[in-house]
Design a protein around this ligand. Structure first.
Ligand code: C5P
Length: 223
């Protein structure tokens, strides 16, 4: 099977996770949610009572993380040791602290190494994150950068949280979205930005179905 690595980057609330997962399923590829990996590291830091801004302590607490991420699109489970933390990594507390943890260069190096290993199996693989096209897989066969206005993204996140049974207030979510964008795109190590050769898609006024059609065309090479 030929290697086809599809890098999907962009900020939160663009529909990125749903799209990447659905794309992987539709084209029969593996799927890796790299944000989930940074979230597990953050959960570990919070559980250990470590200040997420204390880089040395964060590195010490996460360097041998017993992290396992499923790559079966739609059924992926995220394990920390034997514990399934797939739900707990989505809490507002983890979300509020993940940018600090993911800004630590040594944490990123460890994660990137693991991500490259998971992507190296051959065949079709969809990796989703912030720095896939720029850092993790700079020679990916397909690079896509999804974006949308902060307001649209905050509304989508609010809806998503509520339908998953989590409390969500639109204004708070919007403030958190803007703050996380700022931190992710201004950090020194691998800031969020489109790769020069990425196809940029603004999803603000597009339905998920319309974006998905575009992604499938790009992924299979007919666009
Ligand atoms: O995509 P998700 O919202 O789960 O990502 C959580 C956080 O993990 C992002 O806000 C970002 O700080 C970090 N992240 C990253 N690099 C990636 C994926 C996620 O820095 N490749």
């Amino acid at each position: 099977q030929p290697t086809r690595r599809i890098a999907i980057d962009g900020p939160a609330g663009t529909g990125k996770s749903t799209l990447a997962r659905t794309l992987a399923r539709r084209i029969g590829g593996a799927y890796l949610d790299t944000g989930a990996m940074y979230r597990v590291a953050t959960l570990q830091v919070l559980r250990a009572g470590i200040d997420p801004d204390d880089a040395d302590a964060v590195i010490a607490a996460t360097s041998d993380l017993p992290l396992e991420v499923g790559t079966d699109a739609g059924a992926e489970r995220i394990l920390l040791g034997a514990e399934d933390v797939s739900e707990e990594i989505r809490t507002a507390q983890v979300t509020a602290n993940v940018s600090a943890v993911s800004a630590v260069p040594q944490v990123r190096e460890n994660m990137v190494e693991l991500q490259r290993r998971l992507a190296a199996g051959g065949g079709t693989v969809v990796l989703e994150g912030r720095d896939i096209g720029t850092v993790v897989l700079p020679d990916a066969e397909v690079k896509i950068y999804l974006t949308a206005s902060p307001e649209v993204r905050a509304q989508r996140r609010t809806d998503q949280d509520r339908s998953a049974g989590r409390d969500a207030d639109y204004d708070e979510v919007l403030a958190a979205v803007i703050e996380r964008d700022r931190k992710d795109s201004t950090r020194a190590a691998s800031p969020l930005r489109p790769a020069e050769d990425a196809v940029v898609i603004d999803t603000s006024d597009l339905t998920l179905e319309a974006v998905l059609d575009r992604l499938i065309a790009l992924a299979v090479g007919t666009d």
